[in-house]
Design a protein around this ligand. Structure first.
Ligand code: CU
Length: 256
């Protein structure tokens, strides 16, 4: 039996890979190592306060950009009506795909043992914006029957470039060990493919979905600066003070 073969590891599935990373990882940057190095760290969600609100957009939404996928017939076949690129996604005044996070957090927070997934599907990245903790495992997978490569261009973390030529391929690793907002990710084969990864040293962040609502839970009592970062717009921020058990409210508005 040869369980070290990558093909067998892939066949064992994500749960097995995660189990190995969490319990037996030899890597200093792995979640297990992070926990061992910071035994006095507070639990990730030790607090009982929360902050919620909406990220709003006031202005004119530009028209969606048409993307030609004819450079790769397989991408074209998967998108017979073409692809549309719209980075300003507004519904009922609220902006989606914004990273909302607490800027002034002290203390050490171990990375969760669960992985975050970035999928390449239909010649696009799913999700478009990924938020995760430093030291947390990122699983990159290819759901398409065509060659993709994952090429993040960080400025603080280490750059990497991984090719995934076949459908079903997966690569799991704690790629990022430092906070960085946001890391652009591209595919050198398909220039329209773009995603962004935000990395934090704490768990107090969220990515807004459709309609721009957000909620950050598990905060200790305190005065917090909340910042909202979007791939194209200048960041906006605001302050909110919460006591234990309190649900603070904060709306932030982008104006274009
Ligand atoms: Cu690609």
């Amino acid at each position: 039996m040869s369980i070290r073969k990558p093909s067998v590891l892939f066949a064992l599935g994500l749960v097995t890979i995660l189990g190995a990373c969490g319990g037996e990882s030899q890597q200093p940057a792995g979640p297990g190592a992070t926990q061992a190095a910071a035994p006095a760290a507070p639990a990730a969600t030790s607090g009982t306060a929360s902050v919620s609100g909406r990220i709003l957009f006031e202005g004119t939404v530009p028209p969606a950009e048409k993307v030609k996928t004819s450079a790769d017939p397989k991408c074209q076949a998967m998108n017979p009506n073409g692809l549309e690129k719209q980075t300003i996604k507004v519904k009922e005044g609220g902006l989606a795909e914004v990273v909302v996070y607490v800027k002034n957090v002290s203390g050490a927070y171990p990375a969760p043992a669960t992985a975050v997934t970035l999928d390449q599907s239909g010649c696009t990245y799913q999700p478009h914006v990924v938020a995760m903790q430093a030291g947390q495992t990122l699983t990159i997978k290819n759901s398409d029957d065509t060659l993709h490569n994952i090429h993040p261009r960080p400025t603080v973390n280490a750059e990497f470039n991984i090719g995934q030529p076949r459908k079903g391929m997966e690569t799991s690793k704690a790629f990022f060990d430092k906070a960085e907002v946001m890391i652009p990710v591209g595919c050198d084969v398909h220039p329209w493919m773009r995603s962004y990864i935000a990395v934090f040293t704490h768990p107090f962040f969220v990515v807004t979905g459709e309609g721009g609502s957000f909620e950050i839970k598990g905060l200790p009592a305190g005065e917090y600066e909340i910042e909202a970062v979007h791939e194209k717009l200048k960041a906006v921020s605001g302050k909110v003070t919460v006591k234990d058990g309190e649900a603070g409210k904060l709306d932030l508005t982008y104006k274009s």
